[in-house]
Design a protein around this ligand. Structure first.
Ligand SMILES: Cc1ncc(COP(=O)(O)O)c(C=O)c1O
Length: 368
């Protein structure tokens, strides 16, 4: 097959396909002469909330701060523990620490690479203040039992939906199932900015005002600082670009799912084990992840054929250098430790052609 190299991600066809709308959005902001917390931000927050079917949305500077500020709004502070996954972007745990709390990890189910209600329950202590499951790779965690657990323990549940724009749990969009959820608009995300961006989705509007205050230096009105918030405003340029992109998100999700179906079909012979979808889940395929006991050899062979892959993530968080001080050691979370040695993310973005997906799958099959 003559598809040429297949990079892990390529933004050029994405920009080219939407160039006119993006240029118009940028020009609108330049012409307005208003660059921070203006009409684009207000409109984006409204449109984002409507898209997710939630009451409100608060745009912030990145996904890490979306989670941090959501945790602060939920009351997390010094001495408090928040239970999350050891297999996620380290920024999930960093958000907990920046809110003043301590991350406590719960082992994952190797089939989903997600925390389970059982593992989360084991990690709960009297100091636990919130639960923060991660919809990793765009595949929802099994939320109903997790929400039951949260309710039984009287703990709020914050969805880390940074990778899960458009994923559905039993038909309902993730990000709308707990009181708050965090989104990231990092460029590779399913809804990506041309730079950093994030938002808190708000189902319980009791948190809205505090979130808006926290993202803007704790100001209740201009120059009146009620508490030391941070500067986590999402500027008008990013809001305008994201408004231009949002109407395409459903079509992009459908395209990602079509590519996943090609991979599923072409990789069904057992050369690798695609993670697949659980019966309750409709993944938005932020990433397409396979497991292989000879992962490193496979990645090298694909690289030699010009096919880009990445590992999300190679080091479970309890074994990261920064968490040596929390006493993490090998053996603490056996499933997480095993699975990070086997996972590999294949190219997955809406502009990937069928021919490219077929070429990637063929190269995976040839590598035995
Ligand atoms: C699961 C998860 N949580 C949190 C983050 C942090 O988001 P950001 O990079 O926008 O700060 C990311 C993205 O890096 C992520 O994938």
């Amino acid at each position: 097959m003559t598809t040429g190299p297949v990079p892990f991600v390529d933004f050029r066809p994405h920009v080219a396909a939407h160039r006119a709308e993006i240029d118009a959005a940028i020009a609108r902001v330049l012409d307005s002469g208003w660059f921070i917390l203006g009409p684009e931000c207000e409109a984006f927050e409204r449109e984002l909330a409507a898209h997710f079917g939630v009451a409100d949305a608060v745009a912030v500077a990145n996904g890490t701060e979306a989670l941090q500020l959501a945790l602060e709004a939920l009351g997390v502070g010094p001495g408090d523990e928040v239970v999350t996954s050891p297999v996620t972007a380290a920024f999930s745990a960093i958000a907990i620490e920046r809110a003043g709390g301590t991350p406590v990890f719960a082992d994952v189910d190797p089939a989903t690479v997600a925390v389970t209600p059982e593992s989360v329950e084991k990690a709960i202590t009297p100091r636990t203040k919130a639960l923060m499951p991660v919809h990793l790779y765009g595949h929802p965690v099994d939320l109903d039992p997790m929400l039951d657990l949260a309710q039984r323990k009287g703990l709020p549940l914050l969805e880390d939906a940074c990778q899960a724009h458009g994923a559905r749990y039993k038909g309902r969009k993730v990000g709308s199932l707990g009181p708050l959820a965090g989104l990231s608009f990092y460029p590779t995300k399913n809804l990506g900015a041309f730079g950093d961006g994030g938002a808190v989705l708000v189902s319980d509007t009791r948190y809205s005002e505090r979130l808006r205050r926290l993202r803007n230096g704790g100001q209740s009105r201009r120059y009146y600082h009620d508490e030391p918030g941070i500067n986590s405003r999402l500027d008008e340029l990013h809001c305008a670009v994201l408004r231009a992109k949002l109407p395409h998100l459903d079509a992009w999700t459908a395209r990602r799912r079509a590519i996943a179906a090609i991979y599923d079909r072409e990789l069904a012979d057992g050369a690798v084990r695609p993670l697949g979808e659980q019966p309750y889940a409709q993944s938005c395929y932020h990433l397409y992840v396979v497991r292989s006991p000879r992962r490193d050899a496979l990645a090298q062979e694909l690289h030699d054929k010009g096919i880009g892959t990445l590992i999300h993530y190679p080091v479970p968080l309890h074994l990261q250098k920064m968490y040596a001080r929390l006493g993490g050691k090998v053996g603490d979370f056996p499933n997480a430790e095993q699975v990070v040695g086997e996972i590999l993310s294949l190219p997955m973005y809406p502009e990937l052609t069928d021919a490219q997906a077929l070429a990637v799958a063929a190269a995976v099959r040839e590598s035995r």
